[in-house]
Design a protein around this ligand. Structure first.
Ligand code: PMT
Length: 402
């Protein structure tokens, strides 16, 4: 539960995108947040407070003079209870009023009285967004330290297309998670591999493995949330690209090797999570192999380059993290791999725990020995791995080792 213990005030202003705030609220509570909803009067014309009351399990506040607050200080009490205020959708009118410091309804009043961060997700027609007055307002909100999530470009409710659409609820949740994540890798460039490779036999057949890409994608997501610039060289998987991550799709180990080597000199950290095929087919058939030709086809294999070892051998190599997937003797084989490939950190997992699935169990191996992490979701393990990695990088820089 990535937002466990977080208290978030969700402000909803008048706009068609208000209906999406219901899904956003579900995602936030699903991630463990306690959400208090405050709506503006116009917002209640689009969606009723009852919807948000049912979804949040709390009364929804709209009116500054709401008699339910014992001291009649809704604006103070509600904003003091929050770790952050997220306004989604934030209309052009709301942004203008906040930029001016106006406090003419409950939401703007508690925003003015807040002592916590304010995050806004603008939603409006493209011309309202492009209007110089809105540009000025957004610039001054930024100057005041207010986080602006989006907006996105696309088809709008009015039928026009352009910038001004509110980010989708899933994207807003991700922006919120990134906001709360300490920026332990700020300014670092992380290059990664994930997923399986596919080694062609003929135009339709090939040799591959059961890696789903989940472990690698979770690490890419965690690294991006921690403030690094992430490039993910990915074998064929059916996962969405994590927000803020650049994905380079590849198929074979040779393609993965080329994509990584082209970028490795510019990376500060390299993390090899991909299950790279150790062998490829020596002579790939240009046409589909036909059964009626008789006999069993013979497939000769060639060794693929070792991407991790090649990156680690570069002069001025990035800090390298490898993975080891073993079916037995995890500690012994992982340590051996760490030495053979000459990498400072290896993440060991058993094949039965790691391949496919949402959860994993890993042990970290480095100069200091072995560090088992409790079994957890791949997302949680990724978060812990990034924290561990950030501490190692910091320690190395302090001691001046390479
Ligand atoms: O994708 P999931 O379903 O979530 O599964 C995750 C995982 C089990 C694939 C992942 O946690 C994992 O263990 N990845 C490494 C799998 C693997 O191929 O391990 P290995 O022991 O064969 O390789 C050791 C290291 O060398 C790995 O970092 C690998 O990326 C790298 N390698 C291997 C061969 C090669 N030719 N080039 C490489 O860079």
């Amino acid at each position: 539960m990535e937002l466990q213990g977080k208290r978030i005030l969700l402000g909803i202003t008048g706009g068609v995108a208000a209906y999406k705030a219901a899904s956003l609220l579900r995602l936030m509570t699903g991630a463990g947040a306690q959400v208090q909803v405050v709506m503006t009067g116009p917002a209640t014309r689009f969606v009723t407070p009852v919807t948000f009351q049912a979804l949040s399990g709390r009364p929804v506040y709209v009116d500054q003079w709401d008699p339910r607050m014992p001291n009649n200080m809704a604006h103070i009490d509600l904003s003091r209870e929050a770790d952050a205020i997220l306004v989604a959708p934030a209309s052009a009118n709301f942004l203008a009023r906040v930029a001016q410091g106006l406090a003419d309804d409950l939401l703007t009043t508690l925003v003015l009285a807040r002592d916590c961060p304010l995050l806004v997700a603008p939603a409006m027609n493209r011309q309202m967004w492009e209007n110089p007055a809105t540009r000025r307002n957004v610039a001054s909100l930024r100057q005041d330290g207010i986080e602006i999530f989006g907006p996105a470009a696309g088809v709008q409710a009015c039928g026009e297309a352009g910038e001004g659409r509110m980010l989708e609820p899933g994207e807003l949740l991700e922006s919120l998670l990134a906001f709360f994540t300490p920026k332990l890798l700020a300014g670092r460039r992380v290059l990664m591999t994930a997923g399986p490779t596919f080694e062609a036999i003929d135009p339709v057949r090939g040799i591959t493995n059961l890696s789903s890409g989940r472990m690698g994608y979770a690490i890419a997501q965690a690294a991006a949330r921690a403030g690094s610039q992430v490039t993910l060289v990915s074998g064929p998987v059916s996962l969405p690209v994590p927000q803020g991550v650049e994905r380079i799709p590849v198929l074979s180990a040779l393609e993965m090797h080329a994509a990584v080597m082209e970028r490795a000199a510019r990376a500060d950290v390299f993390i090899g999570v991909a299950a790279v095929a150790d062998y490829r087919v020596a002579a790939v058939a240009h046409q589909k192999l036909k059964k009626e030709l008789g006999g069993l086809p013979e497939i000769r294999l060639l060794a693929n380059p070792d991407i991790l070892a090649d990156v680690a051998a570069l002069p001025g190599a990035p800090f390298c993290v490898g993975f080891a997937a073993e079916s037995e003797n995890l500690e012994e084989y992982a340590q051996r791999k760490r030495q053979r490939k000459n990498v400072p950190l290896i993440v060991g997992n058993l094949i039965q725990d790691g391949f496919g699935g949402e959860d994993n169990r890993v042990i970290l191996f480095d100069d200091q020995g072995s560090h088992p992490l409790p079994p957890a979701s791949k997302a949680e393990l990724a978060r812990q791995l990034i924290e561990y990695l950030a501490r190692l990088l910091e320690k190395r820089e302090c001691t001046g080792s390479t």
